[in-house]
Design a protein around this ligand. Structure first.
Ligand code: PXP
Length: 247
């Protein structure tokens, strides 16, 4: 079975830096620590309001880091120009709403088909691997295939925040969506809200190839350091995958 890749999202290192202005803590340094701790990629969301990651962070991450960069961005012309300038390894298109604290839901691919298709084509022509951040909903997956997306990232937020029976039904939604994605020929990623508590079961969904995790890892780093925070997440992911092999 393929190793489950870990993309470490470093947005909230920039959130802390921006709380005071200046340059510390440096997200590029965090990306180097993530690489040493077992990350397979670095993820950064350049939001339209630049509340955390800045344009300069994206330039430096592109130039100074060896790991593949996954740029999360809204499907706007401004962001497209930035992506085409840096040509990151991957681009994840996300919905963006200025008032939200974080990405609240997946893209409505069914409604935005013609708009999104143009972005997918331009980014793919530039050599970027394009993913669409979607809720675990079969109709969104079918629409993603129809507009030529090679990858989807399933929003795990509802699963992570649910409790009791609701958590179980959200998990079933995730499994079914991941299997559908595989059947449709989509590479399947997942992320949002994952913690040490929730990562194990998601990692056991064998058709998921990559997880993108940020907020929890940066918070945990306050207590144990960033390297240790990431290493432990990596261990939990690997343990869940090897339990599948021995089952
Ligand atoms: N994937 C996507 C598409 C996201 O927008 C985010 C949040 O920026 C994440 C993953 C990571 O979520 P979290 O920070 O909750 O781990």
């Amino acid at each position: 079975m393929k190793r489950l890749r870990l993309g470490v999202n470093i947005d909230h290192v920039a959130t802390i830096r921006n709380a005071r202005g200046g340059g510390l803590p440096d997200p590029v340094r965090a990306a180097r620590v993530a690489a040493e701790a077992g990350a397979d990629g670095i993820t950064a969301h350049l939001r339209e309001d630049r509340r955390h990651i800045s344009d300069d962070d994206i330039s430096r991450l592109s130039q100074e880091i060896d790991l593949p960069l996954n740029l999360e961005m809204a499907a706007t012309d401004e962001m497209l120009q930035i992506a085409l300038r840096h040509k990151p390894h991957a681009v994840c298109l996300v919905p963006e709403n200025r008032q939200e604290l974080t990405t609240e839901g997946g893209l409505d691919v069914m409604r935005g088909q013609s708009h999104l298709a143009r972005y997918i084509k331009k980014l793919a022509d530039a050599g970027c691997r394009v993913s669409l951040f979607v809720d675990p909903d079969v109709d969104q997956l079918v629409a993603s295939v129809a507009i030529g997306a090679p990858v989807v990232e399933l929003h795990t937020g509802s699963y992570c925040s649910a409790v009791g029976d609701q958590r179980e039904s959200e998990f079933v939604r995730l499994i079914e969506a991941a299997e559908q994605a595989e059947n449709l020929g989509l590479e399947c990623h997942a992320g949002h809200g994952l913690t040490y508590e929730t990562v194990g079961r998601v990692s056991e969904i064998h058709c998921i190839a990559e997880l993108n995790i940020g907020h929890f890892l940066i918070g945990q780093a306050i207590f144990v350091g960033l390297g240790e925070s990431i290493r432990h997440m990596r261990e939990l992911m690997d343990a869940a995958r090897s339990s599948l092999e021995s089952a």
